[in-house]
Design a protein around this ligand. Structure first.
Ligand SMILES: NC(=O)c1ccc[n+]([C@@H]2O[C@H](COP(=O)([O-])OP(=O)(O)OC[C@H]3O[C@@H](n4cnc5c(N)ncnc54)[C@H](OP(=O)(O)O)[C@@H]3O)[C@@H](O)[C@H]2O)c1
Length: 327
């Protein structure tokens, strides 16, 4: 029997998740939740621009979640765990497993150990599982290196470089990586947490643990990338010398020794877009993905492929390291 699915958050990612879920025969969308007044009350098929079962988007999360009781919530409303904890807890209480794109949920024990503990306790009590995943965090810079570790001996260090030319990505990503800002606005955004990729430190912890390395500290730096020529964003132009994106580096340490370095550049026109993973070991391995892994569609597929795995998982708060390789 198909797993009942409730969707929560129908922004670009949530709509992508809906379209992918429609292609999975073991999932059945029975409810959809959003707060945007332009979406609430409309047919899901109109909002995702695809034929869907007869589902009208509601804003009463409790009522909509009840329709999917015993099934799963595919959640894509926010990146910060302290802001969405209530949504996750409500779903678990309503009897739904959860797969979320919340970046901080990918490894919540790093920044929010108390929330992780609360969610794990609730999930265990309800005999349900919840997971944070996506393309990054959730795959390229953590689950994939961990999977590659299967063919290595002792790994001493994980290095991952991801370069994304954000001209090919949605405007929201261009803006949250600082494109079009001046230096003062960029620095302020970094301090306030509005500029920057959320989840890189979580990936550094996951990648290290995934290849058997211990971690006792993770840090990160975020710097602007300047345009070498005039650059076109989605509806705006950045002149030569202006900010087109960011370079963010997260490092994980054990006993003062660097065990992982994750280097992420997301910028308009970033040269040589790619994913590059190197595990220093004996034997080690180096893998290059020219052009890099797709972003938004890949995120939607990670969520949809994870849904049956989470539904069948041991109860509790799990991470991508608990998932089997593959789908
Ligand atoms: N892990 C990964 O690899 C990965 C990749 C891509 C994206 N993400 C994350 O996934 C999330 C979704 O991305 P997006 O671009 O689709 O974001 P978005 O455009 O902000 O869409 C979020 C949607 O959720 C709605 N929403 C917010 N709070 C809600 C609530 N309590 N109940 C129901 N609906 C609610 C919003 O409505 P309003 O607009 O009215 O608030 C909006 O329609 C973001 O946090 C993003 O950073 C993760």
């Amino acid at each position: 029997m198909a797993i009942k699915v409730a969707l929560m958050g129908l922004g670009a990612i949530g709509r992508g998740i809906a379209r992918c879920a429609l292609q999975k025969h073991d999932l059945e969308i029975v409810a959809a939740i959003d707060l945007d007044p332009h979406r609430v009350g409309r047919k899901l098929s109109d909002v995702v621009d695809a034929p869907t079962p007869e589902v009208v988007i509601g804003s009463d999360a409790g009522a909509e979640m009840r329709k999917a009781q015993g099934g799963i919530l595919l959640h894509a409303t926010g990146s910060r765990l302290d802001r969405i904890e209530g949504e996750l807890a409500q779903a678990l209480t309503a009897g739904l497993c959860v797969v979320s794109t919340c970046e901080e949920l990918s490894y919540p024990w790093l920044r929010h150990p108390e929330i992780a503990e609360r969610l794990d306790r609730l999930a265990q009590k309800r005999k349900l599982a919840l997971l944070g995943t996506g393309v990054n965090p959730g795959f390229v810079m953590d689950r994939l290196p961990a999977t590659l570790g299967a063919v290595c001996g002792h790994v001493g260090r994980v290095r991952v470089t991801r370069v994304v030319d954000s001209r090919s990505r949605r405007k929201q990503l261009q803006l949250k990586t600082g494109a079009g800002l001046n230096e003062e606005e960029f620095d302020r955004g970094v301090d306030e947490g509005t500029i920057g990729h959320v989840g890189l430190m979580e990936s550094a912890a996951l990648a290290s643990l995934g290849v058997g390395l211990e971690v006792d500290e993770v840090d990160e730096s975020i710097d602007p990338v300047e345009a070498e020529e005039d650059m076109q964003g989605d509806g705006f132009t950045v002149p030569k010398g202006g900010i087109v994106g960011l370079k963010q580096v997260a490092r994980a340490f054990h006993d003062g020794k660097e065990v992982a370095v994750l280097d992420l550049t997301i910028a308009l026109g970033a040269p040589q877009p790619r994913d590059e993973i190197e595990l220093e070991g004996d034997p080690g391995i180096r893998v290059l993905i020219p052009g890099g892994t797709q972003g938004d569609k890949a995120t939607a597929w990670t969520v949809v492929h994870a849904a049956p795995l989470v539904q069948g998982s041991e109860p509790g708060l799990i991470s991508v390291l608990d998932l089997p390789a593959g789908r």
